[in-house]
Design a protein around this ligand. Sequence first.
Ligand code: AMP
Length: 293
Amino acid sequence: MQPRVIDDPHELRSILRVGYQGRKVALVPTMGALHEGHLSLVAKAKELAEVVVVSVFVNPTQFAPGEDFESYPRDLEADLAALSKCGADLVFAPSVATMYPNYPGVDQVTINPGPTATILEGATRPTHFAGVAQVVAKLLHLVSPDLAVFGQKDAQQVSIVRQMVKDLAFPVDIVEAPIIRDADGLALSSRNMYLVGNERQDALALSRALQAGLGEMHSPLAMATAAFEILSVPGVQPDYAAVVTAASFDRLAVITKDSVEEFAVPDGPQDCYLLVAAKVGRARLIDNVKVVI
Ligand code: AMP
């Protein structure tokens, strides 16, 4: 059954209050152009809650000038067809004017997403996570879910959202769901649509880099070095390979084309992420894997 589409937040709240009163609500925030990765988040949400709201909103504030906000793929009809198969109850698809009444002017009150927003993705995209935090805060307020499901694919985003929810006392549980990949290892991404010709093949460098890093588990620096080497091939412009702790996104090793940084490794085994980012053609791609170090 096709989920009901709502663009008005007041209507959404009254539907949730009246029609679904007392039921456990999960939110799955997306920017649309849905693929199996997004649908896996919906399935996870369905397991954990009785009502699943999927938001579809291409958030202008998380794109910097010159990035792909205008060209980002948008196809609500196709998204609804995909969602009709996986148990989403409501789709919240607001306009930019609804989410940002001042747009193209900026909000006066904004969220500072903290120090994690300045490293890795945030070093390359300095305004990105402030935009993410701003829109996620608004979505959490408008939907008031019991829990929200985010993908490990954007591990740094999950870390920042968790910190925001903790520091600003949002009454919501943040759930992280695993990365869904194509059969050849490429992590699904709406931006994979930008890959043309050989670029689809070249993009496999990211998942191969993670595999190479996993072969060098003796130190975070060795892992990042091995991963960065695999990214350094024709057709791929590497941005970084890095190892960070999962609990607090503390850097253990970061390699870019200009620098090699190694940080103190905490005692005792702990969950970490090995992360890579690179441009292939016009697509900026990210991927990661969880490891215990
Ligand atoms: P986006 O539409 O790119 O903003 O992504 C919406 C949500 O889907 C985010 O929480 C992403 O981390 C998640 N997501 C994107 N790609 C994947 C994937 N391949 N597997 C699992 N989740 C994903």
